[in-house]
Design a binder for this molecule. Structure first.
Ligand code: TRP
Length: 444
């Protein structure tokens, strides 16, 4: 059978979780919200909300051993076929993948240019970045094609030979690179400054924006709300301990975000740079710092951007898999045909996203004041993912037999843990996500 081994599942789910969200997004939002206090809120969001939804997807998937729709139907009390509509969430994965592949393309460019030259000033770095994303359509198309081709090549081979294998190779390599960078950061004087920035809380910096940013980040980083964890868990052997595996994945994911933060803030403080530079932190601030370190700077730059590519590829394959499984099971088609349909869709959408940021086509691809790239981001991360997460909570909390869930959890963990989880999934988590969704919609 085409199933994960237990360690294969943990590596693949961790590979999905650890991505640009950890190494690019987490440090810059932590910087924007002032460090320590934000991290505490983030950790609480992971523990009480992220992990709860992670376990929810895992239990649905492991029980169903099938695609999102079929797994919902089979776990529901009523076996009502209408639960098939839960399958809408797999589309969010394809949309995210479209622009995620474009961003991975930018990083590929950074790997290549890091061999020859690094910008010595922030203004030059900013201009280079701007030129790449708005002017250099030819290169961007090549990069997007390379990334999309790699993702398609991997998933064509299936769970065991494709996804498990690539994670078995790339995750240890990623760990090794980050470990090397951490050791180097440890040798710098600013390391202690980075530690105190990240771990000394100043709660005056926390407002409702920070809370919602932490919640959104917890969701994105754990790959929730598109059926990724559900679909991966469907390939977890039925007797495997899904509770322990889920906790392991959350620990790995959180540790890597914290380590990436320590590395990046050490580098920034060493150069006396701004910690609140926003999305440009990695693309503009870091290259300038690396350029001051001579040959070593090139080595570090290349290692850092290669690590980002590795982390991103293992996440990218996890975004398409729910849609593939959906097409394979629901329409009874081969993995090959499903890959052609889903791969083709995200590849084309990615081209639209890429062109929408360019000078030449930006105007045609801007609607309601937002370009196509931002629209795809908004539709997936701000709308579809929270809606899917709310649906998952309501489903498990109110439309599934409690006894069935209780038995699944207590086979692997204590009654108390189950009781806490059940309470969270029925009350706290749906309310928190509804607030997040309304906020994204501008309603509150
Ligand atoms: N978790 C990944 C990151 O932090 C991104 C990701 C992978 C993802 N699969 C996903 C996000 C599914 C949402 C849904 O970069």
């Amino acid at each position: 059978m085409n199933k994960f081994s237990r360690i294969g599942f943990i590596l693949a789910a961790a590979g999905s979780a650890v991505g640009l969200g950890n190494i690019w997004r987490f440090p810059y939002i932590t910087g924007e919200y002032g460090g320590g206090a934000f991290i505490i809120v983030y950790l609480l969001a992971i523990l009480f909300i992220g992990l709860t939804v992670f376990l929810a997807e895992a239990v649905i998937g492991q029980n169903g051993q099938s695609d999102v729709s079929t797994s919902f139907i089979s776990l529901s009390k009523s076996k009502n076929e209408n639960w098939k509509f839960a399958g809408f969430m797999v589309a969010a994965g394809l949309i995210i993948l479209s622009f995620y592949s474009v961003v991975l393309g930018w990083i590929l460019d950074y790997v290549i240019t890091s061999f020859s030259s690094l910008p010595t000033e922030a203004s030059v770095a900013g201009a280079n970045f701007e030129k790449l994303i708005s002017d250099d359509i030819g290169s961007l198309l090549v990069y997007h094609t390379l990334i999309a081709g790699t993702v398609i090549f991997i998933v064509l081979k299936g769970i065991k030979e494709g996804i498990e294998k690539i994670n078995l190779i790339l995750m240890p390599l990623l760990g090794l690179i980050l470990f090397g960078l951490l050791i180097y950061a440890l040798s710098l004087d600013s390391f202690s400054q980075a530690v105190s920035f990240m771990f000394t809380p100043d709660f005056s910096k926390i407002d409702s924006h920070a809370l919602l940013a932490a919640l959104g980040q917890a969701f994105f980083t754990l790959s929730l709300g598109v059926g990724t964890i559900l679909t991966y868990s469907a390939s977890l052997p039925k007797e495997a301990n899904f509770v322990k595996s889920s906790v392991m994945v959350a620990i790995v994911d959180t540790s890597i975000a914290l380590i990436a933060g320590l590395i990046i803030f050490t580098f920034l403080f060493t150069a006396g740079a701004e910690s609140a530079a926003g999305p440009g932190l990695v693309f503009i601030s870091l290259p300038v710092i690396f350029s001051g370190w001579g040959v070593l700077g090139h080595v570090i730059a290349i290692s850092f951007f290669v690590a980002l590519v590795f982390a991103g590829i293992t996440s990218a394959v996890s975004m398409i898999e729910p849609a593939l499984r959906f097409f394979i099971e629901r329409f009874n088609i081969s993995r090959r045909s499903a890959t052609i349909i889903c791969g083709g869709t995200f590849y084309v959408l990615g081209i639209v996203a890429l062109l929408s940021m360019s000078k030449s086509f930006g105007a045609e691809l801007t609607f309601f004041g937002k370009n196509a790239f931002d629209i795809m981001d908004f539709m997936s991360s701000s709308l579809m993912m929270p809606i899917a997460a709310i649906m998952i909570c309501i489903f498990l909390g109110y439309f599934v037999d409690k006894k069935v869930l209780e038995e699944k959890f207590t086979t692997h963990t204590s009654q108390t843990i189950f009781n806490i989880w059940y309470f969270l999934i029925r009350y706290l988590v749906p309310v928190a996500i509804i607030v997040l969704l309304l906020n994204k919609l501008g309603a509150i």
